[in-house]
Ligand binder design. Structure first.
Ligand code: SF4
Ligand code: SF4
Length: 266
């Protein structure tokens, strides 16, 4: 099975599957077609994720999820303009964003499942989507056996940022997914060399954050978002009000990295 066949199938799924719509809010597309990158399952960066300073020992390598793993398909689904625009106001999250976060994640899982099933049923290779696998778990609320954003970084889709989002050529407002495969697909070149290359450190996300979870950084540029503060805000202020939905995303909207790379080639 070829790379082009997989990308065409993903694009068709995004354009035509009803799960990518929200009828009650007249949203005809939660996500736009994805950016797709391919990482080698044996990329040494995967091994580095086991280091305590990155994800830690709980992290599980592609070859541990799937015997004979060759490549990892990673994708970034950009939120449609309707979803992003609605969330540009300050304060509480827009309903459109919350549907994008929850119903959008259901669509994201359906897309991963669809592509995984297609590879398993229509090729001689095997495929596994780690985030949907029964072995997947998140320890202590934060330490995960698999990281979609780190995978996307390795697959050449984007770099990290002050707000801990992944900034791709379609910006940071979107969701990632990935599928480990036994397919021999062409590996995508990483068009960056630094972890935070796409972040301008403009601080707009810091100003937008209602919980003050994003801290200013000093000379040594690094992720400034404190996950426990963000999580507490969403659990205590957002969930009780909007259940069954939750989310925020103010740090990904009305900021210069919302739908683009703010500074190229830093
Ligand atoms: S708003 Fe500015 S500082 Fe924050 S993640 Fe985007 S580019 Fe980086
Ligand atoms: S999701 Fe909301 S609370 Fe969390 S860091 Fe972003 S802006 Fe702050």
């Amino acid at each position: 099975m070829q790379y082009e066949v997989i990308v065409d199938e993903m694009n068709n799924y995004v354009k035509h599957n009803h799960l990518n719509t929200v009828e009650e809010l007249e949203i005809d597309r939660i996500f736009e077609p994805p950016l797709v990158g391919i990482a080698s399952a044996n990329d040494p960066l995967f091994v580095r994720l086991k280091e305590a300073s990155v994800v830690g020992d709980a992290y599980t390598l592609p070859g541990e999820w799937l015997e004979g793993a060759e490549t990892v398909i990673s994708y970034f689904l950009p939120f449609s303009e309707k979803i992003r625009r609605a969330n540009r106001k300050k304060g509480l999250p827009a309903l459109e964003w919350l549907y994008g976060r929850i119903e959008g994640q259901e669509f994201n899982a359906a897309l991963s499942t669809h592509i995984m099933d297609m590879i398993n049923n229509e090729s001689s290779a095997r495929a596994v989507a780690p985030s949907l696998d029964p072995r997947f778990e998140v320890k202590d609320g934060f330490i995960s056996r698999w990281s979609e954003r780190h995978t996307a970084f390795i697959a050449g889709l984007g770099t990290f940022s002050l707000s801990r989002s992944l900034i791709t050529e379609k910006g940071s407002a979107g969701r990632c997914g990935s599928i480990i495969t036994g397919l021999d697909l062409p590996v995508t070149k990483r068009p960056y060399s630094e972890l935070y290359q796409h972040c301008s450190f403009c601080g707009e996300c810091l100003e937008r954050c209602p919980s003050r979870a994003i801290k200013p950084v000093g000379e040594e540029k690094r992720a400034g978002m404190e996950k426990p503060i963000c999580r507490d805000y969403i659990n205590k202020k957002i969930k009780p009000r909007f259940e069954p939905r939750f989310g925020c995303g103010k740090c990904q909207t009305a900021v210069q990295c919302e739908d683009r790379i703010p500074v190229a080639g830093r």
